[in-house]
Design a protein around this ligand. Sequence first.
Ligand SMILES: [Zn+2]
Length: 119
Amino acid sequence: MEKYKVKLEEEKKLLEEELAAIGKEDAETGDWEATPESEVKAQDVEDEADMAERAEDYEERSSTLNALETRLNDIKKALGKIEEGTYGLCEVCGTKIEEERLDVNPSAKTCEADMEKVV
Ligand SMILES: [Zn+2]
């Protein structure tokens, strides 16, 4: 169990660093937002093409950020389960999740048979 906790804590730290590089955390809700262009480089928006390109970058940052945030939430949830003593149990059928599965993905929520059932 301890090894998964260490893995999860490490991954959490990495994810938070990645998130901090492209966005910021809302102190109240704990939600992450991609850094708006205006705050990245407010000064040198020169023409419309430039602005379009920047908007695209923002979209890209947002979707990367959302993916990272989802992953971070899974990890936080898994860490919470370690505290509660329910870590490693399938959310669908309640049996133990295969150890090989947790080795690959310590924040797995279901056993192998149920993995399709949880989105
Ligand atoms: Zn299951």
